[in-house]
Design a protein around this ligand. Structure first.
Ligand SMILES: NC(=O)c1ccc[n+]([C@@H]2O[C@H](COP(=O)([O-])OP(=O)(O)OC[C@H]3O[C@@H](n4cnc5c(N)ncnc54)[C@H](OP(=O)(O)O)[C@@H]3O)[C@@H](O)[C@H]2O)c1
Length: 241
């Protein structure tokens, strides 16, 4: 069987749950070594066992960091690169979402969404960038959202943060070209994860994407099949909007 990511290593922020964990499992099945980064130690340990169980023999290392703390992110990324030896792929999936009218959502909550979703993506990409440059290339995959392309009322913080990461990724795609660093964005539609369940309790989950659907696209962007693909992004969604 051909493993499309054999010999590559991937760092995945938000790898403890949901879309990030599904990507970690799919990458490990394709032969990649995995570095998981997220906030909760318990969930990271559980995720590492799950990846190991789904892909026997996979190398999985973990590091705890609050993605909103640049020093913690730099230290965790440095630790993961050292343990894996090198890194070829970065997926930024750490994210939070909540809805609320602009005048009603507490400013701290609004700012947290921008800190986790936008600044967290910046901190992780900035931490990996010199390593990828020194190695002569890499693939960065930013998980944005359909809400990064088309805004919805009562989602201003989330939409602002998710369109922000699209601008960041577009700039990095251009900046990375001379160094062989690609940067692509995946904009998932509604996907059956904790984040979705908390915001839309009681909805019919059979209508949602599965995290594995996003993971399949993420394999393409990580693999050499997409070696000439770098730019603003693709939608993964079941229903048109
Ligand atoms: N689900 C959807 O419908 C949907 C649709 C479009 C886009 N997205 C995007 O997809 C990405 C993954 O979402 P998901 O649905 O998989 O969410 P999820 O299941 O709630 O997982 C969120 C992940 O982000 C991590 N995280 C959150 N805050 C963090 C922080 N301060 N520091 C470090 N890690 C942090 C969590 O780590 P802990 O486990 O340690 O808390 C967890 O690994 C997000 O960027 C989300 O906005 C989701």
């Amino acid at each position: 069987m051909c493993h499309r990511l054999q010999g590559k290593n991937a760092l995945i922020t938000g790898g403890s749950r949901g879309i990030g964990l599904a990507i970690a499992i799919e990458y490990a099945r394709e032969g990649a070594g995995i570095g998981l980064l997220s906030k909760s130690r318990d969930r990271l340990d559980r995720a590492a066992r799950k990846v190991g169980g789904e892909a026997a023999g996979a190398e999985v290392v973990t590091a705890c960091a609050d993605i909103t703390d640049r020093a913690q992110v730099e230290s965790a990324v440095g630790q993961l690169i050292e343990e894996l030896g090198h890194v070829d792929i970065l997926v930024t999936s750490a994210g939070i979402a909540s809805l609320g009218a602009i005048g009603e959502m507490p400013p701290d909550e609004w700012e947290s969404m921008v800190k986790v979703n936008l600044l967290g993506t910046y901190y992780a990409t900035r931490a990996v960038w010199p390593h990828m440059r020194a190695r002569g290339g890499g693939s960065i995959i930013v998980i944005s959202s359909g809400s990064g392309r088309r805004a919805h009322g009562n989602w201003s913080a989330y939409c602002a943060s998710k369109s922000g990461v699209m601008g960041l990724a577009d700039a990095l795609a251009k900046e990375g070209r001379p160094y062989g660093i690609r940067c692509n964005v995946i904009c998932p539609g509604p996907t059956d994860t904790d984040q979705r369940r908390v915001n839309f309790p009681g909805e019919d989950r059979s209508e949602l994407l599965r995290p594995e659907d996003i993971a399949k696209a993420a394999v393409f962007f990580a693999s050499d099949e997409s070696r000439w693909v770098s730019g603003p992004g693709i939608d993964v969604r079941r229903h048109p909007i």
